[in-house]
Design a protein around this ligand. Structure first.
Ligand code: GLA
Ligand code: ZN
Length: 665
């Protein structure tokens, strides 16, 4: 298979005379792909219905002559002024009711029919023009779908969406509990958008609004996909997503109709106040993106220099660009595309640096990218198509995510952070993890399924999880699971609601803590007996109903009560953690839990990440020293190291930010 390596290229930003130099320098870097055109609408369609592809054809052909294929973005993320100013109702309206103005990007209303028609037209023109182009391999829809629009058109669309979903107003009123504060709706037209109101909206409305907005983008994208598939059937289709952290669109839904998932990965960013890079966050991003389609993915934008708009973040250290890019490949990327080729001299992103600086000459970062290109030319094709194989899954629920956005329960609680706190201990042990949705049909392939705060829970999902445990699986459920039904209404049973039986426990009481409060959890079992962890944010007093307590609180009125339990259910077991601890707490829990269910990581020194990709009988181990110090790593049996091309064995000294790619025999 082909491994794709390249950059995001904007020939329209540079003098024509420069293009040839760019193509040559890219070829020398081992590039075989670029992404282009995702912001070039005004150049492709300077006036309504008047198209100009000549410049892009020339760029594609020039690059092709240097062995470089093209991914083309549909340019709908940044519409031309002529389109938007012709009808200002195309601008999205923010939550506060203020309509956006022209001047940035992603300012459009995804529902607007005129906007959709303009999108259809440019997408169709591109698809027709490039349908048979041998060097255009794929299309990317739009770029980073996102943002909510609260305009009247979206409101009307929301009312239609609700009508489809509930059928009758009676059903909707019942589900949302609109009798509260006399909200009972008598006409569909009375239902508001989730715009700012005096205080907060009904939780049922909020969850449905978020689902609706997500569906709206999925639907808008589908229109582009339908056109692309009809007019350019041979081309692959992808979208550029925003990793694990972006939480306004259901990424399982958005990626379902795509041929492959792609995302953008930035580590040293100007909005962070920390200089330390936490690559475990990036690992979660890669794992999430791979898991959307359970297939190799691309990084369509990989950091290539200091990030920045008005201020500039610290420069990536020597070796970091390469180590970070290898991390993506280790987690299953079959395409690695740097953003961007050359730092732009104008526009909002003047200081978002590319592989090349503004001056365009080869410097340190370019040489690093060249080195990696030469390495990948040797073995990229060999690893492409292989996949990390995980025995552990984490359930990512958009209903829970959306539910917590409106009601975090505790102001210090963040679903994403909690999810990450549970992920981190696995990552540290080099345990491979898949990220699955509630719709995952094949849980039985996993030894462990982790269910972080499944706040909104359907009967179907509760059933799936119980059956998984009954058949022998191990489940870890955390606090505030099973609290809500699908209409975002609180259940009328003891918590964890529909998971009470499988977990063999009930929540006797819960306590939400102020930032200056804490408690402690003491573990009571086997090897972790006596270990303690500090606890903030949330504590549940658990009453086992068949389960065994494995940890208790030591402070405040909860002292002595159970905090974490384990239950034998069918052939499996279910752990219920009535706490939202940080990584350390879960780390201790894993220390005890993982060995007994046969989940094994890969031992490696501190700061060294090891990830395996497999295919057929073939295994590749990526060993990445993310630390700034040399690390010793032991290779038990002789293996081929693909970067150096040499067979290696025994104790290896891995310099800082160095990488090994081992092919197992
Ligand atoms: C995103 C976008 C790019 C660019 C970069 C840098 O990932 O997709 O177009 O804006 O960020 O800001
Ligand atoms: Zn709108």
């Amino acid at each position: 298979m082909t491994f794709y390596y390249g950059a995001d290229y904007y020939p329209e930003h540079w003098p024509h005379e420069r293009w040839n130099t760019d193509a040559k320098m890219m070829q020398a870097a081992g590039f075989n792909v670029v992404r282009m055109a995702e912001f070039a609408w005004v150049k492709l369609e300077p006036k309504p219905g008047e198209f100009d592809f000549a410049w892009l054809d020339e760029a594609i052909d020039l690059l092709a002559a240097h062995g470089i294929k093209t991914v083309l973005g549909t340019p709908t993320a940044s519409p031309p002024a002529w389109l938007m100013m012709a009808d200002e109702t195309q601008f999205l309206v923010r939550e506060d009711g203020v309509r956006s103005t022209y001047g940035a990007r992603r300012e459009y209303c995804p529902t607007h029919e005129a906007y959709r028609a303009a999108s259809d037209r440019i997408v169709a023109a591109m698809a027709e023009h490039y349908a048979d182009h041998p060097h255009v391999i794929a299309f990317q829809t739009d770029n980073e779908f996102g943002d909510n629009c609260f305009c009247d058109l979206c409101r009307a669309a929301f009312q239609r969406w609700l009508q489809d979903k509930y059928g009758s107003l009676d059903a909707l009123n019942e589900a949302w509990g609109t009798i509260f504060w006399s909200h009972t709706y008598q006409k569909w037209e009375e239902i508001p958008a989730m715009r700012n109101t005096a205080i907060a909206h009904n939780p049922g409305l909020q969850l449905d609004w978020k689902r609706f907005m997500s569906d709206t983008y999925v639907d808008f994208q589908q229109r582009q996909i339908d056109i692309l598939r009809a007019k350019a059937p041979g081309k692959l289709i992808t979208h550029n997503l925003m990793g694990f952290g972006y939480d306004k669109i259901n990424y399982f839904d958005l990626t379902a109709p795509l041929d492959f998932t792609a995302w953008d990965n930035y580590l040293r960013v100007f909005w962070s106040d920390k200089s330390e890079v936490d690559v475990s966050h990036m690992a979660l991003g890669h794992d999430t993106m791979r898991s959307t389609k359970q297939a190799p993915f691309w990084v369509m934008e990989q950091q290539s220099g200091p990030t920045g708009w008005s201020t500039i973040a610290e420069a990536p250290r020597p070796g970091e660009l390469r180590a970070w890019a290898y991390q993506g490949i280790a987690h299953g990327a079959d395409g690695m595309v740097f953003f961007r080729w050359r730092s732009c001299r104008f526009g909002t992103e003047e200081y978002w640096h590319g592989v090349l600086d503004h001056h365009g000459e080869a410097t340190r970062r370019y040489h690093e990218v060249v080195q990696m290109g030469q390495e990948l030319a040797q073995f990229g094709g060999l690893v492409a198509g292989s996949m990390p194989v995980a025995e552990t899954a984490m359930l990512l629920s958009y209903d829970a995510r959306f539910g917590f956005q409106s009601q975090p329960n505790n102001p210090q609680f963040h679903y994403n952070q909690h999810f990450y706190d549970l992920y981190r201990g696995l990552w540290q042990r080099n345990v491979a993890v898949d990220i699955v949705s509630e719709q995952e049909q094949h849980l039985s392939q996993y030894k462990l399924v982790i269910v972080p705060a499944l706040y909104v829970l359907s009967e179907q999902t509760a059933h799936t999880l119980a059956e998984y445990v009954r058949a022998g699986g191990a489940l870890l459920v955390t606090a505030r699971s099973g609290v809500k039904g699908l209409a975002n209404e609180v259940v009328d049973t003891r918590l964890p609601g529909l998971l009470r039986e499988v977990c063999g426990v009930r929540v006797e009481e819960y306590d939400s803590m102020k930032p200056d409060q804490h408690n402690r959890v003491i573990f009571d079992v086997d090897a972790i007996k006596g270990k303690e962890a500090e606890l903030r944010v949330w504590a549940e007093w658990l009453e086992p109903e068949g389960a065994q307590s494995i940890a208790h609180y030591s402070e405040d009125y909860l002292a002595g009560q159970s905090a974490i339990t384990i239950n034998e259910f069918g052939a499996g077991k279910a752990v219920y953690a009535g706490v939202w601890g940080d990584s350390e707490l879960f780390d201790t829990l894993y220390e005890w839990l993982l060995p007994q269910i046969g989940v094994e990581g890969i031992a490696a020194p501190q700061g060294v990440e090891v990830v395996q990709r497999k295919q057929g009988g073939q295994t590749f181990s990526f060993v990445i020293n993310h630390s700034q110090e040399a690390r010793h790593f032991i290779i038990g049996e002789e293996m081929q190291e693909l970067i150096s091309g040499k067979a290696i064995k025994g104790e290896i000294i891995l310099p800082p930010l160095e990488v090994l790619v081992l092919q197992h025999n």
